[in-house]
Write a protein that binds this ligand. Structure first.
Ligand SMILES: Cc1cc2nc3c(=O)[nH]c(=O)nc-3n(C[C@H](O)[C@H](O)[C@H](O)COP(=O)(O)O)c2cc1C
Length: 359
């Protein structure tokens, strides 16, 4: 049995936490992960172009309307996961200054939790990321009886979050899919160093996709793993199947090269699988930095492509495929239950072999 303090804190069987993958929906994935004994995560949506994203940037009424749409979408997902998951789960809020919706979402979440017994039972944690952990309204999470975790990329950020009173930290290194830190500190360095420097429980991720990764994180002193890209390639994940096939094909398509590229875009560094879209976004960002095109040109290109691949269109060349370096190590589609049991079995086997071989 590999049980850690995280299993007790989050009330889960296995120390495996599904990563937040907004602005895409991960409610089906969260239900499957939570029901298989891991910790599921509902992701934070964002206003889409068709919901008036550009108007919302320029006009206060449109902004409030966009916030209402996001709130409705996210609360429906949270309630569905609360109803269907046979285990516990969390909710992610990106708390960056560009996210004016968080105080509204948090109030809506707390009101719903007050009247919804499923959420009282199963919604254990709010995971904040991509912003300042000292924002006062975040204290409401713990006042309501939930755990507050924060995602950090470095010792500096970890200490700041610890000082703000978080219950635990998720540490993700530069291998991770999606948004990564401006400074490229890798998981192999970030996780053990944060564990050494803080006194709160740490979960490690970024490039972790199997039992070997779990053993490595435990060796670094983390109490569990945080897994995004590997969970995309599961039967229950609601991303388009073509995206899953692209991740599986990555090691064949890129035998000698990295399969992913970090673009700067408008919202900061973002790790994608290499395709026509991400290579073009990389070029456009450089043009913007040289003053040849405007930020709005890049924003339009970036947001127009965000849902094209992962959504129903499944356009894997002209759409964003946010994925981590672990794409090179993912070779088959599994159910969440199969994946979790494969990770746990592999980790146990490695630990048993170590005990026999090295003592
Ligand atoms: C498609 C995708 C979307 C993501 N969106 C978010 C997000 O909304 N909030 C967040 O904190 N992190 C987000 N991330 C980062 C993940 O939570 C996590 O750090 C990362 O997936 C871990 O590395 P891995 O992909 O190698 O497992 C996203 C990652 C991916 C792949």
């Amino acid at each position: 049995m590999i049980k850690t303090q995280i299993c007790d804190m989050l009330e889960i069987d296995y120390p495996i936490v599904q990563a937040a993958m907004g602005p895409f929906d991960t409610k089906d994935l969260a239900i499957a992960v939570a029901s298989a004994g891991g910790f599921g995560m509902v992701s934070h949506p964002a206003p889409r172009l068709e919901d008036g994203l550009f108007e919302a940037i320029q006009n206060e009424d449109a902004k409030q309307k966009a916030i209402e749409n996001v709130k409705e979408h996210m609360m429906a997902a949270i309630c569905e996961v609360g109803e269907k998951a046979q285990g516990s789960f969390g909710v992610n809020f990106r708390v960056a200054p560009e996210q004016p919706d968080v105080p509204f979402l948090l109030d809506a979440l707390l009101e719903e939790r007050d009247r919804n017994s499923n959420l009282q039972k199963k919604l254990k944690m709010v995971l904040c990321s991509a912003g300042d952990p000292t924002q006062l309204h975040l204290k409401k999470i713990q006042e309501a009886g939930m755990l507050r975790f924060h995602t950090v990329p470095s010792v500096y950020h970890a200490k700041k979050a610890e000082k703000s009173g978080v219950d635990g930290l998720i540490v993700t290194g530069y291998e991770a899919g999606g948004h990564v830190a401006y400074e490229p500190i890798h998981t192999f360095v970030a996780v053990p160093e944060v564990v050494k420097e803080v006194n709160v429980p740490v979960i490690g991720g970024g490039g972790v996709c199997d039992g070997k990764g779990l053993v490595a994180m435990l060796a670094f002193g983390a109490l569990g793993i945080y897994v995004g890209t590997r969970f995309i390639v599961t039967k229950e994940c609601e991303f388009n199947d073509k995206v899953k096939e692209e991740i599986i094909a990555a090691s064949i398509k890129f035998p000698k090269k990295a399969a992913t590229i970090v673009t700067q875009g408008v919202y900061g560094p973002l790790r994608h699988l290499k395709n026509k879209y991400s290579l073009e976004l990389f070029e456009l960002t450089q043009k913007m930095q040289r003053g040849e095109i405007s930020m709005m040109d890049v924003l339009l290109f970036e947001t127009e492509g965000t849902y094209r691949a992962k959504g129903p269109e499944g356009n894997i060349e002209d759409g964003a495929i946010w994925a981590g370096q672990a794409s090179l190590r993912i070779h088959e589609m599994l159910t969440c239950k199969e994946l979790i049991s494969e990770i746990m079995n592999e980790a146990k086997q490695i630990m048993n072999n170590f005990a026999k071989t090295y003592v």
